[in-house]
Write a new protein. Structure first.
Length: 115
């Protein structure tokens, strides 16, 4: 899990990223991000809709996989970002951890988020 100061709190800040953030898409999820100069630490949210998976247990498992992956990359970010990962496929549940890690790293490199 990621630390408390690296999480989003409230829907209004998520709405700001949805509206103004840049998007990068893959077949498993969408990465929305925006630079936030007003904060000292990057914030991350993972959104898994009920339309993707009905079971809360499965949605939370996907969330935990992605948070664990991002936890290792928080220190490598070159600026302070607000990042939202929107899961668009239930395939992510059966996808191996290494493949998820590669996909997220590739999307972060494409967005120039990492050093």
């Amino acid at each position: 899990m990621i630390p408390f100061n690296n999480r989003f709190h409230g829907h209004s800040s998520l709405a700001y990223v949805y509206k103004n953030g840049q998007a990068i898409r893959s077949h498993l999820f969408v990465l929305k991000f925006i630079v936030n100069p007003h904060r000292k630490a990057s914030r991350v949210a993972v959104v898994v809709s009920k339309k993707v998976l009905k079971s809360a247990v499965r949605r939370n498992r996907i969330r935990r996989k992605i948070y664990e992956n991002i936890h290792h990359q928080l220190s490598n970010m070159n600026r302070v970002y607000d990042i939202v990962i929107i899961v668009s496929s239930g395939e992510l549940l059966s996808t191996p951890y290494n493949e998820i890690s590669d996909q997220i790293s590739q999307m972060f490199d494409q967005a120039s988020i990492l050093k």
